[in-house]
Design a protein around this ligand. Structure first.
Ligand code: NCD
Length: 333
């Protein structure tokens, strides 16, 4: 694995399977009465969030804490960023605090790459979503969810998603989740189809390693998993579809449409959901929808990523593993 996680395209099949398998170990820790591992004791993880987030921010925080890292949460609102401080000066401040990893979410595509290649900080950089570009840990937790649901936790170990048919539906144009998923799912051997109105597909989508369709009803019966994307109003500066009703009628998933999917096929959503827009409440609350499971899986995936980037070669889940940063009781005197 590389030192940073900026793009899902940076991951080889072996890297991705290693992360999924490590996340399986981490998920087992979540079933223990004491959910904490000493693996990253003495390490500092900074969550640097320039954009709103519920799931991703608390998920990284929970993941770092379960690995015993010290966690510093920084959000642009209420910080010196609102006084005009630059990314560089913010980064230099974090470096002075001794950050071993910086998890960054930023409204500008490319900000995590800039942080990783600038030399401003010495630690690992993890992209937690940059503009409309990438969100690699979301793609990893989505792949993990598909593997667990369609193959099973133990049977899935070491396996990729060869031959699984995954359909991604909606606002692809503004979605970093879609781009990261297309990269990662195809690396893992899945067949990906994007379904969207032509106005919500990015220029150059024909060069992506996936199929494109405008007809949701035709694709649903051939899907093992259907991933609904949020319509990202905050990124829209024009009218991309006539009305919300029209969008929901053509591209929304309701109970009737879900019935066209194969019996074991699952419905996914990264959250936050626009209920009544891309997904009806009936589908969102059905047992076939994995949205809440995806959140739980996100913690295991982010534990795996932080462990693999920072933890080195020590076994991840041995309860009393002594890592180079573990202070032995006699040393602590
Ligand atoms: C996604 C994001 O922020 O890119 N959500 C998430 O991380 N769980 C998708 C979205 O906002 O629609």
């Amino acid at each position: 694995m590389k030192r940073h996680l900026i793009s899902a395209a940076d991951l080889t099949r072996d890297d991705a399977v290693l992360i999924l398998d490590t996340a399986e170990e981490m998920a087992r820790v979540a079933d223990r009465p004491i959910k904490k591992l000493p693996t990253l004791r003495g390490r500092t993880v900074v969550n640097l969030f320039f954009e709103d987030s519920t799931r991703t921010r608390i998920s990284f925080e929970a993941a770092a804490k379960r690995l015993s890292a010290d966690v510093i949460n920084f959000s642009a609102k209420g910080s010196s960023v609102s006084k005009g401080e630059s990314l560089k000066d913010t980064a230099l401040t974090l470096e002075a605090m001794g950050a071993d990893a910086v998890v960054i979410r930023h409204h500008d595509s490319g900000a995590p790459h800039r942080l990783a290649t600038s030399g401003w900080i010495g630690g690992s950089v993890v992209n937690a979503g940059d503009g409309t570009h990438e969100h690699p840990t979301q793609a990893l937790l989505d792949a993990f969810t598909v593997r667990r649901r369609l193959i099973g936790p133990d049977a899935g170990l070491g396996k990729d998603l060869a031959g699984r048919r995954i359909t991604v539906v909606g606002d692809v144009l503004h979605s970093r989740v879609a781009r990261s998923n297309v990269h990662l799912l195809t690396t893992l051997g899945a067949e990906v189809t994007l379904v969207a109105p032509p106005t919500l597909l990015p220029i150059g989508v024909e060069t992506w390693p996936c199929e494109v369709s405008y007809d949701l009803d035709a694709v649903l019966p051939k899907s093992d998993a259907v991933m609904m994307l949020r319509v990202q109003r905050e990124r829209m500066n024009a009218a991309f579809f006539p009305t919300e009703r029209e969008y929901a009628r053509r591209y929304g998933l309701d109970g009737d449409r879900m019935a066209r999917m194969p019996e074991d096929a699952i419905v996914m959503h990264p959250g936050p959901m626009n209920r009544g827009m891309e997904i009806t409440a009936e589908v969102a609350d059905s047992p076939r929808c994995t949205a809440v499971e995806q959140v739980a899986n996100g913690v295991s995936i982010r534990m795996a990523v932080l462990y693999l980037l920072l933890g080195g070669s020590e076994p991840a889940t041995t309860p009393h593993a002594v890592t180079p940063n573990t202070v032995r009781p006699e040393e602590a005197q």
